[in-house]
Design a protein around this ligand. Structure first.
Ligand code: COA
Length: 100
């Protein structure tokens, strides 16, 4: 697969590939992978796994020892992807919001 990748930002890193993106948020001791997205017409072709691998490669290159993320409990595709790449569930959190 060919993919062009663009990495921008500081404090956050936006990782953009041809048909998707992810946002990395840099904390002191962990890196958070947010907003993983592959365009609907390009799913199930290995691009999500490629993008996640790139995020992990970037995290390691910045000397992070741990990556974290949040995923909806019913998002089977994403959970399967994350588990395949070694993520394990750690506890449960409430989703909180408010309107303005
Ligand atoms: C989750 C997402 C990024 C996966 O991207 P993708 O390019 O389709 O995934 P890949 O083709 O690289 O698949 C890698 C692995 O993901 C899992 N997976 C992907 N799609 C799946 C599906 N529909 N059902 C079950 N598992 C799935 C599988 O484990 C797969 O490995 P396999 O091919 O050996 O079975 C994509 O579905 C997406 O953008 N979804 C909408 C946004 C979203 O939910 N993002 C996650 C936010 S936490």
């Amino acid at each position: 697969m060919t993919n062009t990748m663009k990495v921008t930002g500081s404090g956050t890193i936006f990782v953009e590939v041809d048909h998707g993106h992810a946002l990395l948020v840099l904390y002191d001791d962990v890196i958070e992978i947010c907003d993983m997205w592959i365009d609907a017409g390009y799913r199930r072709m290995g691009q999500g796994e490629w993008l996640l691998n790139e995020c992990l490669r970037i995290a390691k290159s910045l000397s992070y020892k741990k990556a974290v993320l949040h995923v909806d409990i019913d998002n089977e595709a994403a959970i399967s992807l994350y588990e395949k790449r070694g993520f394990r569930t750690m506890g449960r959190e409430y989703h909180m919001e408010r309107t303005f």
